[in-house]
Design a protein around this ligand. Structure first.
Ligand code: AGP
Length: 614
């Protein structure tokens, strides 16, 4: 998540904004900036690098004013430069915008604006928002109305905050889709807006959360929230409890639920600075292998534990099918003792959320001692895996994952591996810019699609009701869906304590079919891909024996409804990224079942978030 902070009130805005951004810095960033209305003049300061860079700039060139906005950025479109740092101005220079998210249709909008004579100084999608806002503000004279009209033109997931020196004392904000949270802090004679609660909680505990497509207009003493149809709506004001844990949890009952719902934003963050739709290219600056290095890889060994191992099984499909490089996958606890045959032309890829898992680190050391380059795909910044990896670390930028059951880190791993497969394919000439672009468009659309799955209205509480007393469950999938079946089973067993098993659907007839009866829930992951027809046969085999089927399939499916007691559908994507979409219902099903059984969701018995011992 980028850091976003806005302030309007009686105090100097800059210290409030910078302190707020510092409270969000756990996510890291590559540049920062601030804009303050200094009695009709827009004072803007920006810097590349960490927030300390901006603080140093402000020390020598302070800004004055009681209304402003500030931002910390990960490059999404365009390099990490001061020019690309937020805030961004419109053509007049009197409107300024900050954003968290991705404007999927920014290219089309930018070309239309250029055709109307606009010129751009950055490579960002955010500058396009600023120019659109300036145009609508010039015609309407009302900043909130201008934002409403601008938001209607954008596709994607965004959190946007803006101000204009021609709308003194007024901040506007909107949330589009599910990628970017926007929280409003209601103070005494002052208002705050931020992308997450920690930036606000020192000043007020009265907050409200914008819903998808809300447009908020704030002054020091007023808050008006409108819908796209211009109707005014009231959002409930939540009084935050004062304990840091619940503050970090925000409106969610458990960290796991919060992290499940953070995935649209996380899947935007993991792309930052790594894809260029215009150029049709992928760049992984934190992977220390250039094109020649990537071309020289003879084969890849992926090693991990638990959920990360399931991710690596998907990674094998991605890298082999997209980049055409042979991949073997090993549990780290197996790899390190099996005397593997290794050579220096291989690459070991260690996948780990914590970067501290003892078996995974040991596997990395074993490979390194054999002269094999080691790459980490990891979430935790500064973890041991990032220090021992010799070929760099592909950071997942998912933010701290507190719930012991991994959710947002898992889907971030899937996307991180997909980016690695694309990068290797690009280096080896397997993908050209033209054949890369469909992959990039699917990636850009993913965040919104995940948000759609999260908000599709499925009654997981009812499903949990039907599962809560079962003593066992079977998860079936084929090809790319087989690792997802394994992951679904792990999610259910580790937080609800119901025994669950993932199995390749084609193997059911070789034994597990003996388990089928009218009590055993069989969760079938059957998206409309090359294995779909075979999965339909497996579902029929289960039904023929009186089994219970819960199906996860593609939107528009017409076959499974009569076979399954419940069908959950996910939007269409390519086969590799469909694994992200089919994972979401499994996370929510496991969560709802565990809650129904009164389990300790965030800290299940016997488990630890990071297994740093063998
Ligand atoms: C996943 O839900 C579990 N918490 C566990 O299997 C975890 O994935 C495993 O311990 C590996 O952890 P890591 O990703 O931090 O290496």
């Amino acid at each position: 998540m980028c850091g976003i902070v806005g302030y309007v009130g009686a105090r100097a805005a800059a210290p409030v904004i910078v302190d707020g951004l510092a409270r969000l810095e756990y996510r890291g960033y590559d540049s920062a900036g601030i804009a303050v209305d200094n009695q009709g003049t827009l004072d803007i300061r920006r810097s590349v690098g960490k927030l300390s860079g901006l603080t140093a700039v402000l020390a020598t060139a302070p800004v004055q004013g009681t209304m402003g906005i500030g931002h910390t950025r990960w490059a999404t479109h365009g390099d990490v430069t001061e020019q690309n740092a937020h805030p961004h101005r419109d053509a007049s220079g009197r409107v300024v915008v900050i954003q968290n998210g991705i404007v999927e249709n920014y290219l089309e909008l930018k070309n239309d604006l250029i055709a109307e004579g606009h010129t751009f100084v950055s490579q960002t999608d955010t500058e396009v928002i600023a120019h659109l806002l300036g145009v609508h503000f010039a015609t309407t004279g009302n900043l909130a109305e201008a934002l409403r009209r601008t938001a209607a033109m954008l596709k994607g997931g965004n959190a946007i905050v803006a101000l204009s020196v021609d709308a003194p004392g007024t901040l506007v904000a909107t949330r589009i889709g599910h990628a970017g949270g926007v929280v409003i802090g209601i103070g005494e004679g002052e208002m705050f807006v931020a992308s997450d609660v920690p930036a606000i909680v020192d000043h007020t505990r009265n907050v409200c959360f914008l819903e998808d497509h809300d447009i908020a207009e704030l002054t020091a003493t007023s808050l008006v929230i409108r819908r796209p149809d211009d109707s005014v709506v009231d959002r409930p004001i939540t009084r935050l409890a004062w304990d840091p844990v619940s503050i970090e949890r925000g409106p969610y009952k458990h960290f796991m639920l919060k992290e499940i719902h953070e995935q649209p934003r996380v899947l935007t963050d993991v792309l930052r600075g790594r894809i260029d739709l215009e150029a049709g290219t992928v760049r992984l600056d934190d992977v220390l292998l250039d094109d020649a290095g990537l071309r020289g890889i003879s084969s890849i060994v992926m090693t991990a534990c638990g959920t990360a191992w399931h991710a690596a099984l998907v990674g094998k499909f991605m890298i082999e099918q997209i980049a055409r490089v042979p991949v073997q996958v090993d549990y780290a606890s197996e790899f390190r003792y099996r005397e593997p045959v290794l050579d220096a032309k291989m690459l070991l890829v260690a996948v780990s959320q914590s970067g501290e898992t003892a078996d995974t680190l040991a596997a990395m050391e074993l490979a390194r001692s054999a002269g094999v380059r080691t790459l980490a795909i990891v979430n935790a910044v500064g973890s041991q895996a990032t220090r021992v990896a010799t070929a760099g670390s592909l950071m997942l930028h998912a933010g701290p994952e507190i719930g012991v059951a991994s959710t947002k880190a898992f889907t971030a791993m899937l996307v991180g591996q997909y980016l690695l497969a694309l990068r290797i394919a690009q280096a080896r000439g397997v993908l050209t810019p033209a054949t890369m672009r469909p992959h990039l468009r699917a990636l850009i659309a993913l965040s919104s699609q995940v948000g759609d799955v999260l908000n599709d209205g499925t009654d997981y509480a009812a499903l949990a009701e039907s599962l809560q007393h079962t003593s066992s469950a079977l998860f079936l999938g084929r090809q790319l869906s087989y690792p997802i079946a394994l992951e679904g089973a792990l999610k259910l067993k580790e937080i609800s304590y119901i025994h669950a098993e993932g199995y390749p659907a084609g193997e059911m007839k070789h034994g597990p079919i003996a388990l089928i009866d009218d009590r055993l829930p069989v969760i079938c992951i059957a998206p409309q891909d090359a294995s779909y027809d075979k999965m339909l046969s497996n579902v029929s085999q289960v039904k023929a024996r009186g089994g219970r089927v819960i199906a996860i399939t593609s939107v528009g499916d017409a076959h499974l409804a009569e076979q399954a007691e419940a069908v959950i559908t996910v939007p269409a994507s390519n086969p590799w990224l469909t694994t992200v979409l089919t994972s979401i219902p499994l996370q929510l099903l496991a969560y709802a079942t565990a809650v129904r059984r009164g389990a300790d969701v965030d800290q299940p018995r016997n488990l630890a978030k990071s297994v740093t011992v063998e």
